[in-house]
Design a binder for this molecule. Sequence first.
Ligand SMILES: *Cc1c(COP(=O)(O)O)cnc(C)c1O
Length: 386
Amino acid sequence: MKIPLLDIKAQMNPIRDEIISAVTDVIDSTQYIMGKKVKELEESIAQYCGAKNAVGVSSGTDALLIALMALDIGKDDIVITTPYSFFATAGVIARLGAKPVFVDIDPVSYNIDPLKLERWFKAHPPDILNKVKAIIPVHLYGQCADMKPIMEIANDYNIPVIEDAAQAIGAEYVLNSEIKRAGSMGLIGCFSFFPSKNLGGIGDGGMIVTSDNELAEKLKILRNHGAEPKYYHKIIGGNFRLDAIQAAVLLVKLKYLDNWHEARRKNADRYNEMFNNAKIPNLKTPIAIYKGAAKHYHIYNQYVIKAPQRNDLRAFLDKNDIAAEVYYPVPFHLQECFSYLGYKKGDFPFSEGAADDTLALPVYPEITEDMQKYVVDKIKEFYAKT
Ligand SMILES: *Cc1c(COP(=O)(O)O)cnc(C)c1O
């Protein structure tokens, strides 16, 4: 048996004709940049996420980048985020000349720890706090960060929150007894349509949501070189536009998204049960933190276990045709490009631990029970031998 980490073909097959027809319509329309399909997708995503506005952009990375640009973040500013995420989260901060400051994760959810965030604010003097221009929590693996305390801290210090919801479109969190979707809790939410995300295009794409109308206008202007009206520039933006062809494909796929989320959740539950029965010492399955509370909703973009001897296990699975991936092997503070920030090994022990111990297993919607059983059996076999 050969088990990939993600099977895009299996997802595409049942909707292939619909997708090709949508793509053909775009080709025949000759409207390839922005246009009707992009507008339609923006309206659909705004509604899906529970935000007033959505702005289609060229990627999740660019979504984060223009979000920061819209808040005029640059030199001498500080942006606080997690050390444990995809590179883009921190990369965009540094690209604008601002300083990324990291706060360690909670070791169970892998998301930024609100207690440590609060401790950071309490430990710094006003002249440093005045430089903090945004907080970027990441909803890693498809589970919302603990937004209630994060928003309380942000409100106390009057700092805007940009949610990196690239892995979490449709994830839910109960904020002050209201069910909120990822991206709609902070001032701005950023999404990616990279093909491996739960809602993936046939190329790059991204989206920004915000319920602040004025900010939405600024984001739209920044997306198109800062031009308003055309050829007149009060601000400097760039070409961050979403292609019509991606919008058309994503509009088709959006109809199936909730079913795919449900299938991933069912697969995650099935793994949990299989691992429970396998009783492998020290292997830990992921915990949907808010499972007890009604309506918190994890979309399992990744199903990530904590596994001793992770690297050997991964090599063993690879030999047995099972793809597993490490998200992420090096936390930001230990990346060479961020050495100028002055962090050292040991500064964020939970992020470092996660980078050493975690392994993402295939959890895509179309994986079968037999395939999952094979994965768990092989993992059991590995630990029986060692
Ligand atoms: C995928 C991802 C991004 C970047 O999205 P792209 O569309 O690949 O640019 C940013 N942050 C996180 C957490 C991601 O997973």
